[in-house]
Ligand binder design. Structure first.
Ligand code: FES
Length: 127
């Protein structure tokens, strides 16, 4: 993949196509919980700094019934709590609580970890 000259590659989301996708600048992602949401091919991609400081990218979609995980285009959160029914994910995308599902036979929260996009954070560059 060859980035197109003149476009800022910082925070780019790769592996979604043949071109880099601009998600945000790394200065927006400078501490755990900071996030940006980018429109990539018509889908909201949430790029988030985990509690370990690593960047991760997820669909901005809850695994319960597809509510958005965050509503703002950028911000900071302690964890990801869906407003619809309260499912809560940690900053690494692991389901930590699923309201009303605690005692359901066979319900395994580990089966509901948010799938990650394969991506590479880009370097800031321009020409
Ligand atoms: S859609 Fe997210 S908790 Fe139900």
């Amino acid at each position: 993949m060859v980035p197109r000259p003149g476009r800022l590659g910082a925070g780019a989301v790769g592996d979604l196509g043949r071109e880099w996708q601009y998600a945000g600048h790394l200065s927006q992602l400078d501490e755990p919980g900071r996030y940006v949401v980018a429109d990539v091919a018509g889908r909201d991609v949430l790029v988030l700094v985990g509690s370990d400081g690593d960047l991760r990218a997820f669909h901005n979609v809850c695994l319960h019934r597809a509510g958005p995980l965050v509503w703002d285009r950028e911000g900071r959160c302690g964890n990801l709590v869906c407003r619809y029914h309260g499912w809560a994910y940690d900053l690494e995308g692991r389901l930590r609580s699923a309201r009303d599902f605690g005692d359901v036979d066979g319900f395994d929260p580990e089966a509901f970890t948010l799938p990650r996009f394969g991506w590479r954070p880009g370097e800031a560059w321009c020409s």
